[in-house]
Design a protein around this ligand. Structure first.
Ligand SMILES: NC(=O)c1ccc[n+]([C@@H]2O[C@H](COP(=O)([O-])OP(=O)(O)OC[C@H]3O[C@@H](n4cnc5c(N)ncnc54)[C@H](O)[C@@H]3O)[C@@H](O)[C@H]2O)c1
Length: 439
């Protein structure tokens, strides 16, 4: 939704509750990270809201404030965390289990992390085959489960004296689902929830509960979730901003950094082969072909959109793109992603690029969760609703308005994000077209 330039922004007063669906590797790395930063034990590396700056006006003006001084964002000290999970482990136990952060750091944060105990999840093994937990809600149908969530959200807000809330899906990837007729309108969606229809996945029940409660929702996994007309209508009607899907980390982050560069130099592509080994719970869930299919679709779309084979058939027609994920337990969260990229240059001469990215998935994802929570809260205070395309920067499969194609180029995404902030504060947009040199 368009907002006016220099619009009034309600201040970020009071506490912001961050409700996390799934208290696994990403969520606990995020929460523990915020607690560590608050105590001065570490720096919020990778977070645009905490470390990023924004240039304003002409280059000669030397106006480059930090983003969190330019727009009013919730302070880290005002964040309160809540979560749902199918396992009863506290954030401390879950973080220990995830094995991302060092025990020594976690032990310094133990008191705060132990207080975060997950609420009972809405879960059905049909949608995530490899998991089975006991901390699960019971209800007479899916609408009843949503109503339980709505009551819990209100209770969380009251008990923790929060002024505002946001919800982030950081739970396991569900099986691949296509939009269904019941997703078309809110009426048919609610009827389907009452009828326990298969087309209503647990993630949709959380998203419905968030939107009904006026709580902004971000989808960190590639699930369909909020990306259906019924949910879009609900977001519009209740003035709620939403964004998704699938945090852009690891291999896809590299792809969206490299591919625009290759294209900018008009270098061609014969093929891009990507494979990963990872051994965390996410890897275990993705070992199931139905969950992997959801992830694969999300990872594959990136190159087509960036390279535009229809515009540059000589360079990008029929390139081969393969993505594999292999579950390999010894590796834990320390994923390894290999890429073999077959490119060609002048006169069609072939060349190869090899990438071996020894990354840590949750270390890359945690600052994304933080930024999304703060920016979604900002969007709501500004009065923005529906899909927040300016947050595409954070996603592998950015949600868009139905008639638009997603923008995957990370540099265009960043420009769009910063220009949105400039617009909100009534500053000139920076297009890099100005002839400041001659001014
Ligand atoms: N780590 C990354 O870099 C990254 C990048 C993009 C997307 N993601 C996605 O983020 C999600 C979280 O990743 P992770 O590494 O933390 O995984 P994880 O397996 O460590 O954590 C997910 C948690 O969600 C819980 N869960 C599953 N279904 C649930 C439900 N219906 N309700 C409540 N809890 C539920 C699981 O019990 C688990 O504890 C996954 O979907 C993953 O694909 C992660």
């Amino acid at each position: 939704m368009a907002v006016e330039r220099g619009t009034e922004i309600a201040p970020a007063k009071g506490r912001l509750g961050v409700l996390l669906v799934g208290l696994g590797a990403v969520s606990t790395t995020f929460i523990a990270g915020v607690e560590a930063v608050k105590r001065g034990l570490a720096e919020p590396i990778g977070s645009l809201t905490q470390m990023g700056t924004i240039r304003l006006g002409k280059r000669t003006e030397n106006r480059v404030p930090k983003i969190n001084e330019f727009v009013p964002l919730a302070a880290l000290t005002d964040l309160v965390f809540g979560a749902w999970d199918i396992f009863e482990d506290s954030a401390y136990d879950a973080a220990m289990h995830a094995g991302v952060l060092e025990k020594e750091l976690l032990s310094q944060l133990k008191a705060s992390l132990q207080k975060i105990k997950p609420m009972k999840a809405v879960f059905d093994q049909h949608y995530v085959k490899r998991l089975n937990g006991t901390n699960v809600k019971e209800g007479k149908n899916k609408l009843d489960l949503a109503q339980q969530l709505i009551a819990e959200i209100a209770e969380f807000k009251r008990k923790n004296r929060c002024d505002r809330l946001v919800m982030v899906w950081a739970a396991s990837t569900e099986i691949f689902m296509k939009p269904h007729a019941v997703h078309r309108s809110l009426e048919s969606f609610e009827r389907a929830m009452r009828d326990n229809h298969r087309a209503i996945a647990p993630s949709m029940i959380y998203a419905y509960a968030a939107l009904k409660s006026g709580v902004p929702f971000a989808n960190g996994a590639p699930n369909l979730t909020v990306d259906v007309p019924a949910m879009m209508k609900l977001a519009e009607a209740n003035n709620v901003p939403v964004c998704g899907k699938d945090f852009k980390t690891g291999q896809t982050l590299m792809k969206t950094i490299l591919a625009p560069g290759l294209k900018s130099r008009m270098l061609g592509l014969h093929g891009w082969y990507s494979t990963n080994i990872l051994g965390n719970r996410d890897g275990e869930v993705l070992d199931d072909p139905e969950s992997f299919k959801t992830k694969e679709e999300s990872k594959l779309s990136v190159l087509e959109y960036i390279l535009q084979p229809e515009v540059y058939p000589e360079l990008y027609k029929d390139f081969s793109h393969v993505v594999r994920i292999n579950y390999y337990p010894p590796r834990g969260d320390n994923k390894e992603g290999w890429d073999n990229i077959d490119i060609f240059g002048w006169l069609g001469y072939p060349m190869q690029i090899k990438i071996d990215f020894l990354c840590r998935d949750s270390i890359l994802a945690a600052p994304i969760v933080l930024d999304l929570a703060l920016f979604l809260d900002l969007a709501q205070r500004v009065g923005m609703r529906g899909v927040q395309e300016w947050l595409s920067f954070y996603f592998k499969s950015p949600m868009t308005a139905p008639t638009l194609y997603p923008e995957h180029d990370i540099f265009i995404q960043l420009m769009k994000l910063k220009n949105t902030l400039r617009h909100l504060r009534g500053e000139d947009l920076i297009t890099h077209l100005g002839l400041e040199y001659y001014d």
